[in-house]
Every structure is written in C-alpha cells, then in structure tokens.
Design a protein around this ligand. Sequence first.
Ligand code: ADP
Length: 367
Amino acid sequence: MPLQLLLFIDERSSSQEHIQRIKSYLKALKDDYPFELQMINVGEQPHLAEHFRLVATPALVKITPLPRQTIAGTNLVAQLEQSWPHWVESAQQESLEEETDSSSANNESVTYSTELIRLSDEIFHLKQENQELNEQIRFKDQVLAMLAHDLRNPLTAASIALETLELTDQNPDPQRVEKIKKQIFKQAQTQFRIMNRMITDILQTARGKNAELQIHPQKLNLQTLGDEILEQFEETFARKSLCVKKDLPQDVPDAHADQELIRQVWVNLLDNAVKYTPDEGTIKVSILHRTSQKIQVTVCDDGPGIPPEQREQIFEGHVRLKRDEAKEGYGLGLSLCRQVVRAHYGQIWVDSDANRGSCFHFTLPVY
Ligand code: ADP
C-alpha cells in the first residue's frame, strides 16, 4: 500500500525555495517507500485548506494510512524526516493486514480520496452558489414586496384625484372648476410618473444587477429638461419650504442621451436631495459645459452629506446609510443612476463636506 500525501503550497515568492526543498526531499524518499503525492495550491482551493484545518503553508498531509497527520511550517523537512519512518511502518503494517484480508482496499482508497477532494470542491462551489442565489431571491422578494406596497400610495392619490374631478362638474363656478381641474391633472400626472418610476425600478431589479441597460440616445436639450423637471417638483419643494437655485444656461450644448432615462436620473437625485434635506434647506441645480465633449449636471443640497468612506458604496445598490434606515427607500436609486450614466459612457459621483450637504454630479456626452 503506497502512502498518500497531499502537499499544500502557495504562490508567495518567499515560499518557493522552501517548497522546492520539500519536493526534492520527497523525490529522494520515493526509493525508500512508494507514495502518491498530490499538490494543492491553497489560493485556488482555499476550502481544502479549511477542510484539513491548515493554518500555515507549505503543509504536508498524510491521508492514508489512517490516522491522518499534518505537518506544517518552516521546518517541514525536519519534521518529515522524523515522521517518515512511522508513516512507512504503519503503511507496511496496513499492507500486511490487507494481504491477509486479500481485499482491494488500496485501490479503493486511492479512488476514494481523489473522489473526496473532487466532491468537497464541488460542494464548496455549490454552497457558495446557493448562498448567492438565496441572497438574490431574498433581496428581490423584499424589494418587490416593498414596491408593490408603495405603489398603492400614488395609485390611491391618483384615483382620489379622478373622483374629485368627477365631483367638480357639479360646481357652479366655471373659473374655480377650471383651476381645480388643472391642479388635479397635475396631481394625477405626478402620481402616474411616480408609479412609472417604481415600475422601472421593479423591472430593473427583476433583471438583476448585472443586466445591460438598453439606451436610445438622441439630441437632448438639458436646459429644457431641467426646467421641466424643476416645474414638476415645485409642489414638493414648497411642501418642505426649500429654497431652489437653478443655473441652467442657454449656451450649454445639447447632450447625446436618452431623455427618459436621464430624466429618471435627475429626478432620483432631486428626490434624494428633497428627502435628505431638512425643511427650509437649499437645493441647487446646475448644468455646465465642462469640456468640449462633456456636459456636467449637478444637484447640490445642504443636508447631512455623505461620509467619505461611503461615497463609492452608495452607488453600489442595496446600500443605505445606517443613519437613514428610518427614511423610506430601497437603496436602489443611485445604483440605477450609475447604470444609466455608465450606459452613456458618463460618470457619476458625489462631493460632500461632513454635515455640509452633498453635491451629486453626472456627465453626459455632447451631441
Ligand atoms: P434610497 O434613498 O432609496 O435609500 P439611494 O440609492 O437613492 O437609495 O441612496 C442610497 C443612500 O445614500 C441613501 O439611503 C442615503 O443614505 C444616501 N444618500 C443618497 N442621497 C443623499 C443625499 N442627497 N444626502 C444624504 N444622503 C444621501
């Protein structure tokens, strides 16, 4: 019965000389007693190191004959020198016993141990995959349940608006009716837009975070779009008594972008600015012709700002600052913004001074 050995190695340059010494020592031992050696790179199969509870490399594990034994550390050759005669002795002993049993356990045990390694490798990968899938499912369930629940709010608001519209027909004052109708249409439009945005979020989430985003870029006047969006936000700003400063100069060239998706990015940033800025705060919206090929859109607020270590993370999706957990949201908005901006070959980032507000910027190509 040959000894079965596993040699765990790593790729650190400092280990190479050491590994070489062990290998040549083992080579010399081949004439002393037959053994089978399998080399395992711990970088590629870390779970095997875990399986054999290794704390250092290089390490040599004798898997048969049992009991399993591990030697590791810088004086591995010296340890092997000591252990080798005992290992050989137990292998010889086992061989004798097997002969009397006339069994084929030897071959079986070789196949068995290689199979064991292959299976534990497979199990490790399956476990990992399973964990990732479970996380994805849990996240999707959570987001879908929250969004479905939240969709009821704008839906109720829109249906109340329509019911009120029905009642205004009974009002004898035509001027008043006209005014109410205008307000109601506006309200219904805003609510439908909110629902539309939520549905886009749901679809995007369902597609998964790695899905490619399809864009349809066209000539886009950002000044007109900005004005349109700010008008849409008028009531929202007024509700929190926010002061809004805009700088949307006419001489900024058109962008080459997907109007509806960029509207969504801009609206998301403004939604956040409103959400995270206290009453009577200030929001600034501007566009800037940054270089000959780029236009920059900026939304600033004087809310709590973003700590430096989280300025990248907040664009990653599912990330919400602990501080803001009590506020409504799913931590999806900014990751969708980044997906859209990147699909336009643009960049999105945040500047922020602690406790002094945040400025979100994104760039788009010039038409
Ligand atoms: P949501 O707002 O739905 O949680 P987002 O992806 O839009 O998700 O934002 C991620 C997180 O970034 C938020 O939870 C919040 O903690 C932080 N954040 C985003 N915008 C602002 C802002 N203008 N001011 C302060 N914190 C913000």
